[in-house]
Design a protein around this ligand. Sequence first.
Ligand SMILES: Nc1ncnc2c1ncn2[C@@H]1O[C@H](COP(=O)(O)OP(=O)(O)OP(=O)(O)O)[C@@H](O)[C@H]1O
Ligand SMILES: [Mg+2]
Length: 426
Amino acid sequence: MGCGCKKSEGGRPKMKVGKNIMKNIRGIGVKNYRVLRDVSLGSVVPMPKQDETKGMPFGTGDPLSPLTVVIGRNGYGKSSLCDAFGFIGDCLRSDAEHACSIRGGFFDIISNCHDKQSDSKLEFQILYDNLQYSLSIASDKYNTPYVYAETLSHVSADFTGNDSMNFFASCGEGKVVRPNAESVSDIKLADKRRLVLSTLGNLNQFPDIVEFRRFLDSWYLSYFKPDAARQPSQAIPQKHLSTSGNNLANVVLYWEKEHRAELDLLFDRVFGKVLGIERLETKTTEDGRLLLRFFERGTDRPLYASQMSDGTLKLVAYTLLLGDPEPPPFVCFEEPENGLYHKLLGAFVDEIRKHCDKNGNSQFFITTHQPYLVDALKPEEVWILEKGNDGFASMKRASEDAVVRNMVEGGMPLGALWFSEYLESY
Ligand SMILES: Nc1ncnc2c1ncn2[C@@H]1O[C@H](COP(=O)(O)OP(=O)(O)OP(=O)(O)O)[C@@H](O)[C@H]1O
Ligand SMILES: [Mg+2]
């Protein structure tokens, strides 16, 4: 199931790296989404009431780190969490009905402890920098999903500027207000399945809202498919890797034209040493199709993408994504270890850290079953999903456990602790 990460009309939000202007997701909350009846990660703010747009308090809990990794047994909700991100994106680009229908419908998604006639809603909240966004989706008497409530509020401590606006809306009607609660305009949507954010986020008079809409629209949820990367494409350079990787050759073509030196550096650091590939180049055929050619060490005869292994293609794709000069601000990888040699996983985490250091606003969200990957992590980066007796998931951060913290400080790798059953409660 994919959100099909489309490029936003205004392109990706530009990364502003520097003191006081780094923007990150501080916390995420999800309610009534499949097995995730009520989970949150990082710093979250209680859901605002409809008229409560003035001075929201800051969230409680430590904010998310640049790298967030979720572990947990089969069926504990890792994919559901990633899919919740896709759901929000699909609501933004399409509408609530479409986002539900491509996932089997509202009643497949809503946590099944609820009576289908009850008024339960899918609820999401994101605390991003000083903005608190909340969204709740309900189903009407004809079983059509619609946006029950949506708010965007500046949290109290540091909103500034005359352009800062909050909004709140319920069933397509609401208000745009300044953070001091002065009303600016009424909202009346023609279609209550659509987000207010999609509409106001296209109006230049609301720059904060436009920026937040662009930010949500540029989340990159990876659904890399080696077979998609093997298909020849039209010889057009493309800046950004698609979520399936079907434009891998187009991105290499772009790098060849615009970032030759960086491509060579990547070869030195990753492809040559790890994969034994000396050269990667594109070739355009007479009929305008683009082929990706790999020159392995010790041979002049190229191999084509169609001949390369799944793991090799995946590593090339991840490397290009991590090297993207205009990277997505939020990247989600589900079980990136699949198909990768286990000793590469530590290097993969190192590359993510380098990327986050270079691009101050980048955040990564990863799910994994692989202790070797977890070995490379710090306790505050790891979140453990568990299931209670009620069959629903709960979430805890590895750093909450003093024993775990002490053992990691004493040199014990976190993945080894997980393997030895120190992380999960049984
Ligand atoms: N509407 C629902 N209400 C409650 N629970 C649900 C609902 N839909 C699915 N589930 C539960 O959620 C589980 C799927 O969770 P998910 O796919 O997120 O797990 P996962 O952690 O990714 O597992 P894996 O490691 O196997 O990929 C199902 O096995 C089912 O138990
Ligand atoms: Mg899964």
